[in-house]
Structures are given as structure tokens and as C-alpha cells.
Design a protein around this ligand. Structure first.
Ligand SMILES: C[S@@+](CC[C@H](N)C(=O)[O-])C[C@H]1O[C@@H](n2cnc3c(N)ncnc32)[C@H](O)[C@@H]1O
Length: 384
């Protein structure tokens, strides 16, 4: 089989990535946005040994979203929400050989942040594996205030814009534009948002807006990281809090803006947060001050700089997972419990196998990114 070959296949299974799976001779064929039971005409896009990637050319995709065929923003809208949860849960069960639950909230309008690309005056999402942009009127995953602002932006002259980030905060919207806009458009934009950054410079409104979990106020700006699905993140933080219980010394490694440590601060005597990104550290320090927290110290450093012992360590690294230096340090520390929050099951699996002095006691899936292939996991590791 080779690229551009056309054939008809029966989809015999489907997976958590949103691919239907077919077999032909010795080849296993993955066809995005198809499901078990479909019979589809496909065109082969790549062949690597016996693994074939293909696209459906006959199927009309069954989805609520009119852009789903082309848009690369999500991958699982063509299956029911129950099926999505089952696929993700079963994948994690198989990968880690441990029973798991999946915690899930709304499938639609859950995202508090969007990054839009602009090409040839078209504002939208990239097509899957392409640099073409798919324009849309409304996205099912986005917060409705963000969707409303996108309709406003579509009327603007975007010929000098490269990228737009919109975040929804408690006070209203924050927009960050890379490129330039006309004075007329800037004036109009001020009617719809609370903060405007252009090329990383604040040109209107407040530098910080906030996200609130109960009494806790988290500051966000154009650069800072915050979980995109607040209901799910809040629930994840509750699980972490319950698991940590009360302890003397806690390390919040890859702490971002300090959101986890701050959430746990009532139950812990002393918390240390380590974060490499200066903007996040600035935000974390403001969060600590604004929430009147006295027992949380933030250090602006690489995660590998850990050199003390703690009762409990929480790690929440980026998709690439832990570096070997960090793994070595964690193996040599004397804490009994290590909580690993991960947004990438593959690197989580790799890292757990390298954390020789610990075993995986518990894993729970948090469906932080419904309708997409991404999976957030909350794991508890204990010393062997
Ligand atoms: C998934 S975020 C977690 C943030 C935070 N725990 C939260 O829930 O909001 C990962 C964080 O790790 C930080 N980071 C990435 N590489 C790092 C490194 N080598 N050392 C320390 N922090 C790092 C990133 O800047 C980012 O803030």
C-alpha cells in the first residue's frame, strides 16, 4: 500500500484519538473521524511499515459542528460523550494496568481561552496538520463570551494581524494581539473587552484580570498559564487537596502561577513552589499576596534545582514530562508520596517506569479537554 492509494474499508474498531481502525492484508489503517461499523472510501496519506494513515473521502461526518470535517481543533465530536469517556478511560486502564475513574463536566463551552491564527484576513483554527485556517462563526468548545468577541473581530481589518489570544476572566475578556490593528478597530474593541495587549504591551485596561475558585482569586495576564477548563481544574484541585490531607512541608514543582499550592495552603505548614517562567512567577507572587497567604514561597528556577526533603511532592510538568535530572532527584528524596499531574499519558508512563523507588497506587482521568484527544491524569505514587 502507498500514499494516494484509494480503497474501501470497514472500520472494525475506534480509539481515544478519534480514529477508526481498519485492517487490510497485514496493514492496520487509521482513519480520523470514523467509528466502528462505518464502511468508508479512503485515501492513504502515509505508510510506515504496516501502519497506514488515511483520510475518509466518502464519509459524511456525524457531528453537531459544521466545521468538524476540516477543523483541527477537536477530534472526538463524532462520537457520543459517553463513548468518548469510555474510550479515554479504557485507554488509561490498558496503558497503566490499573482501574481508573473518569471525572468529566460539560462537553461544550468549557474553554476559557483560545488562540486564533490569521492568514489572508481569515481568522480561525488551523486545519488538521496544515497551515490553512478554518474560519468559524462559533466554536462549541469555547466560552460564549469568547465566541461573541470572535464575531466582532471578523468585522475588523485583520490584514496586519498574525495571532490573537482571548481569555475569559471573572471581570470580562482579555485580548492579546500579535501584529497591529487600526485606531477605529481598537476603539471598537474597547467596547467589548477589559484588557488589550498588542505585541505583549498593555494598551488598554488592567494588566491583570482574575479567575476565582470559591474565595481564592487567581490573577491572569496575557502570558500566564491557567487551566482552560475551570470546573474540571477546580475538581482536580479538590482531589489533590484530599490526597495531600495535612502535612508540614509540600513541594509544588512546576507550580505555574501557584494555583495548586495556594488551593492547599490552609492544610499545609510550609509550601515551596518552583517555576521556570518569570511571568508566571510574577503572577504567582501576586496571587500569594492577594490571597493573603503567608506559608508559600516561590522560587524562580529550573525544576532540577530541588535540594531539600518534603513530606509530599506534587509535580505538574508540561507535555514533555520530567527531565532525567528531576527523576534522579525525586528518586533520591525521602517523601512517601508523590502526586504526578500529567497532560500527556505517554510521558507519564515513561516517567513512572523511571521513578524506580515509587509505585503507581492510584490514577484518575480528568477530562480537562472534552471532544479533543488530550487526556489529563491525576496519579498518586508511593514509596516502595
Ligand atoms: C502544566 S503547567 C502547570 C502549572 C500549574 N501547576 C497549574 O496547575 O496552573 C507546567 C508549568 O511548568 C513550567 N515549567 C516548564 N519547564 C520547567 C522547568 N524545567 N522547570 C520549572 N518549571 C517549568 C511551565 O512554565 C508551566 O508553568
Amino acid at each position: 500500500m502507498k500514499a494516494k492509494d484509494k480503497l474501501t474499508v470497514s472500520i472494525i474498531d475506534d480509539n481515544h484519538l478519534g480514529n477508526g481502525i481498519a485492517k487490510k492484508d497485514d496493514f492496520i489503517i487509521f482513519v480520523p473521524k470514523t467509528v466502528k461499523g462505518d464502511v468508508v472510501d479512503i485515501e492513504v496519506t502515509s505508510v510506515n511499515k504496516n501502519i497506514v494513515k488515511a483520510k475518509a473521502i466518502s464519509n459524511s461526518v456525524n457531528s453537531k459542528c459544521p466545521y468538524y470535517d476540516r477543523c483541527g481543533g477537536c477530534n472526538l465530536l463524532h462520537v457520543s460523550y459517553d463513548r468518548e469517556k469510555e474510550l479515554k478511560r479504557d485507554y488509561i486502564k490498558r496503558l497503566f494496568k490499573l482501574d481508573t475513574d473518569i471525572i468529566s463536566f460539560d462537553r461544550e463551552h468549557y474553554r476559557n481561552k483560545v488562540t486564533l491564527h490569521v492568514i489572508d484576513n481569515t481568522v480561525g483554527f488551523y486545519e488538521e496538520k496544515s497551515n490553512s485556517v478554518v474560519s468559524f462563526d462559533s466554536c462549541l468548545l469555547l466560552d460564549s463570551d469568547i465566541n461573541n468577541l470572535i464575531s466582532v473581530l471578523k468585522e475588523f481589518d485583520s490584514s496586519n494581524i498574525n495571532e490573537i489570544v482571548i481569555k475569559r476572566a471573572y471581570e470580562g475578556l482579555l485580548i492579546s494581539i500579535k501584529g497591529s490593528i487600526s485606531d477605529i478597530d481598537l476603539k471598537e474593541l474597547k467596547n467589548h473587552v477589559k484588557s488589550i495587549y498588542i505585541n505583549n504591551e498593555l494598551v488598554y485596561g488592567d494588566e491583570y484580570l482574575t479567575i476565582r475558585f470559591g474565595d481564592i482569586v487567581y490573577n491572569i495576564n496575557h502570558e500566564s498559564f491557567f487551566q482552560v477548563n475551570e470546573k474540571c481544574a477546580n475538581s482536580l484541585y479538590d482531589y489533590i487537596k484530599e490526597e495531600v490531607g495535612s502535612c508540614n512541608k509540600l513541594l509544588d514543582l512546576y507550580c505555574g502561577t501557584g494555583s495548586i499550592g495556594i488551593y492547599l495552603s490552609n492544610n499545609v505548614k510550609k509550601i515551596t513552589g518552583i517555576e521556570i517562567n518569570e511571568d508566571s512567577v510574577k503572577c504567582a507572587k501576586k496571587n500569594i499576596k492577594d490571597n493573603n497567604i503567608k506559608n508559600y514561597e516561590i522560587i524562580n528556577a529550573d525544576a532540577s534545582s530541588i535540594n531539600e526533603d518534603y513530606d509530599v511532592v506534587i509535580v505538574d510538568p508540561p507535555r514533555s514530562g520530567l527531565s532525567m535530572d528531576v527523576i534522579d532527584s525525586l528518586n533520591n528524596m525521602n517523601m512517601k508520596k508523590l502526586i504526578y499531574v500529567s497532560c500527556n499519558p505517554s510521558t507519564l508512563k515513561r516517567d513512572i517506569s523511571l521513578l524506580n523507588n515509587f509505585y503507581l497506587k492510584k490514577i484518575t482521568v480528568f477530562n480537562m479537554f472534552p471532544a479533543t484527544r488530550h487526556i489529563e491524569s491525576f496519579t498518586v505514587l508511593e514509596r516502595k
